[in-house]
Design a protein. Structure first.
Length: 96
């Protein structure tokens, strides 16, 4: 893993297919790969992972790809609680 950002790893989660792409300079780079592998734009959410951290500090819901006014998400954060939980569930499923 190249790890572009020291202690932080960028990732994109497909909450429907339960896939995660990790470690690129931009979330959009990972997003592009997942889209080419059959993911739907609607199901992709950008996060940052902090492998040295535990609990709530492990996942940060912050990415430019999360800005989706048409879906009611008007910030870099993931605002919908159900979507956030699906992201957490997918990360836990794949990394624990």
């Amino acid at each position: 893993m190249q790890n572009y950002f020291g202690d932080m790893v960028k990732a994109v989660v497909d909450i429907e297919l339960r896939k995660i792409g990790v470690d690129a300079e931009l979330h959009s780079d990972i997003e592009e790969v997942l889209l080419s592998q059959g993911s739907s734009q609607y199901d992709l959410w950008g996060i940052n992972l902090y492998p040295e951290m535990d609990g709530d500090d492990f996942i940060e819901f912050d990415s430019m790809i999360n800005i989706r006014p048409s879906m009611g998400n008007r910030s870099r954060d993931v605002q919908n609680a159900d979507t956030r939980q699906k992201i957490i569930d997918t990360v836990n499923y794949l990394f624990t």
